[in-house]
Design a protein around this ligand. Structure first.
Ligand SMILES: Nc1ncnc2c1ncn2[C@@H]1O[C@H](COP(=O)(O)OP(=O)(O)OP(=O)(O)O)[C@@H](O)[C@H]1O
Length: 549
């Protein structure tokens, strides 16, 4: 199974430890049974054997407990590793891939697949223990009575074959369940993100609930019931065969003298002793199969492999002078028969300039800013920093030149500069002043304490966070769109010049034609085609866009 291979390849030490511990507790269990048969079931040895028996029992208790505790420790470490590595892999994956997969699928994987993998790992010892116990017990049985061993082996084969038959059906239920999980996660998100709309329109709420959500929830419930039913059948089939074996052993021993009474009692004990681990092994199968489905779902996400480091060794010159885009294109994957692509773009950005990108809705402005920042890898064309071409080796270092406020920005409460160091309190209060947030935002130990602000205020906070990073180039995607007219003016007339004076290169997407004269240079985007403009033609483009709107 892939899951066992994965654990063995990536967690070999833990797996071998677990195997050895399981073996030890199994061997001690069998040893105890053999002791009972050899000493306690023989009348003449009874007195001499009791002390040794107590010692052996004590040893079994201590060793089995230590093994179990150790197994729990290994299991929890595995869960910790799986969860933390998954989050790091999300961080390292390409932004375009994350957008393509979608939040709902990733969250479903985090909550369902990572958990099922971890759960399988903790159940794996039971499977291994069950298999080892069965093997060891069979060997011991063979020594006691070969004929009874053959009978038990036939019954066990029937049991395993029956279980296998049921388990195969079980697997398809898991695949159905996992499929429903993605949809349900996305419906949870819709319920929370669209809460206001659903509250205001109860008919929409009712239709969403009845027509979209309930069918998926029902499908998941039915698949669960089916899976649980198969599981119950497998367990009870196993139990029944084992109990049947006890009856058959006594019957054959008493009626046909295949074994003495004491051997029959020991064989029965062995069979009953085997029952618990074997039932546990069968019980572990669903978790292991579920993890197999989870493992496939995780693979399908296409995240990059786990890397422990955060930084590449590559550094670009801090005093770079120009960034040059040469024949850059970017094509989104085809969706519903349509797909947008940037046409070959040539653009040079000089260090320290303030450049505006304008254009109508859907023309490709945000796409270009994402390509420029290195978050999207161009489909074709080249990017140069001075004369250094940006490739896979230095793309990570290239991204470190940028700070941004995109339209879907996130506010991180911890304030830091672009190298991850604390920023001076004076710088923080200066930016709070510039952004007229001093009375609104409380900061303690370089942490923002109240980020529950209006949308316009949150965007000001995002600008402060980006500015404090002191990266050489700043991308602002329609930053002023949520600002009131007074602060919009402050932004264009005071803040942009301030950023320029502080040495920032600003790449701003803007629809505010009133302020176009504050740009040193304006470029316009139309249907993915980029055009350089003077401020007069920029005004004409803006007029055209507003007439079209
Ligand atoms: N993740 C995506 N997958 C596929 N197509 C996309 C994706 N994101 C955007 N697009 C398409 O790319 C085109 C350009 O989108 P983009 O967001 O770059 O436009 P924009 O100029 O920034 O628009 P706006 O002014 O409305 O923000 C749009 O037509 C859109 O349908």
């Amino acid at each position: 199974m892939d899951i066992i291979k994965l654990i063995y390849t990536h967690h070999r030490q833990a797996f071998l430890q677990m195997f050895a511990l399981t073996l030890l507790s199994g061997a001690l269990g069998i040893g105890t049974l053999s002791y009972i048969n050899h000493y306690l079931l023989q009348d003449n040895q009874l007195h001499g054997g009791l002390g040794g028996f107590v010692l052996l029992l004590l040893f079994y208790f201590v060793a089995a407990s230590v093994a179990q505790i150790q197994l729990a420790r290994i299991g929890q470490n595995f869960i910790y590793q799986t969860q933390t590595q998954f989050v790091k892999r999300i961080m390292d994956s390409h932004d375009a891939q994350i957008q393509h997969i979608g939040k709902a699928k990733i969250l479903a994987s985090l909550s369902s697949d990572v958990r099922s993998l971890s759960f399988a790992f903790t159940r794996l010892p039971e499977l291994v223990q069950g298999a080892l116990f069965t093997l060891a017990c069979s060997l011991y049985l063979m020594i006691l009575s070969f004929k009874l061993f053959v009978v038990v082996a036939i019954l066990m084969t029937a049991m395993i074959a029956g279980t296998h038959f049921v388990v195969k059906r079980h697997y398809s239920s898991f695949r159905q369940m996992r499929h429903a999980e993605d949809d349900i996660q996305s419906h949870y998100e819709t319920t929370l993100n669209g809460h206001k709309e659903l509250k205001l329109n109860r008919f929409r709420a009712e239709r969403f609930y009845r027509e979209t959500f309930l069918p998926q929830a029902q499908m998941r419930r039915d698949a669960h019931i089916q899976a649980d039913s198969y599981h119950a059948i497998a367990i009870n089939w196993g139990n029944s065969v084992m109990l049947g074996a006890v009856g058959v052993i006594f019957y054959l021993s008493m009626q046909y003298h295949w074994a003495s009474l004491s051997d029959a009692a020991t064989i029965t004990m062995i069979v009953l002793f085997m029952r618990a681990p074997l039932t546990a092994a069968i019980g572990a199968l669903p978790a292991i199969m579920q993890s197999q489905v989870g493992l496939q779902a995780l693979k399908n996400l296409g995240l990059v492999d786990y890397q422990p480091h955060f930084h590449s060794d590559f550094r670009l010159p801090e005093n770079w002078q120009r960034i040059r885009l040469q024949q850059i294109t970017y094509a989104y994957p085809v969706q519903g028969g349509q797909h947008f692509s940037l046409q070959p773009i040539d653009l040079t950005i000089e260090r320290g300039e303030t450049l505006f990108l304008i254009g109508g809705n859907g023309s490709g402005k945000s796409t270009l800013s994402l390509v420029l920042s290195g978050l999207y890898t161009p489909t074709s064309g080249k990017i140069f920093v001075d004369d250094i071409e940006i490739t896979e080796e230095n793309r990570e270092a290239y991204r470190q030149l940028f700070a941004s406020v995109f339209t879907d920005f996130h506010i991180f409460e911890q304030l830091m500069d672009g190298m991850g160091n604390d920023v001076a309190d004076e710088q923080i209060s200066a930016w709070l002043n510039h952004l007229q947030l001093s009375d609104k935002v409380k900061i303690e130990q370089k942490r923002i304490l109240n980020s529950k602000l209006s949308q316009g205020q949150r965007k000001r906070l995002a600008l402060m966070i980006a500015a404090l990073e002191q990266r050489s180039i700043m991308i602002l995607d329609e930053w002023a769109a949520d600002q009131d007219p007074q602060f919009r003016r402050v932004f264009y007339e005071n803040l942009l010049p301030l950023l320029k004076n502080q040495g920032y290169t600003v790449f701003a997407i803007s629809h505010d034609d009133k302020y176009f004269h504050h740009a040193q240079r304006i470029v316009s985007m139309k249907n993915g085609v980029l055009q350089q403009l003077d401020s007069e033609s920029a005004k004409n483009v803006a007029d055209e866009n507003s007439r079209a709107a």
